[in-house]
Design a protein. Structure first.
Ligand SMILES: [Zn+2]
Length: 93
């Protein structure tokens, strides 16, 4: 009988550890994603002065994603043009 309780306890503890591990892993992932976004938006002179113009459609956008094209030129694309840039297999900065 004691053995059964021991096994049960081990299962419960293992389950709890697994759940905690998953929560911690998720939090870590979120933090890393935020860091990547911060890096891609920081240190860009062109970001000064609010809205930026999309390199593809020339429309002003609040949020641009930066890619490097075949010539190594940096292009900022809006959310609408993002799939186009990704289809052209541009390197995400
Ligand atoms: Zn665009």
């Amino acid at each position: 009988m004691t053995m059964l309780w021991l096994i049960l306890a081990v299962i419960v503890i293992a389950g709890a550890i697994l759940v905690i591990y998953q929560i911690v892993a998720k939090k870590k992932n979120k933090k890393e994603t935020n860091k990547v976004i911060n890096v891609s938006f920081g240190g860009k002179k062109t970001l000064k002065g609010g809205k930026q113009v999309c390199s593809f459609c020339r429309k002003k956008a609040n949020k641009l994603s930066f890619y490097s094209d075949e010539q190594g030129k940096v292009v900022g694309v809006c959310q609408v043009c993002k799939p186009h840039a990704e289809r052209r297999a541009l390197m995400r900065i």
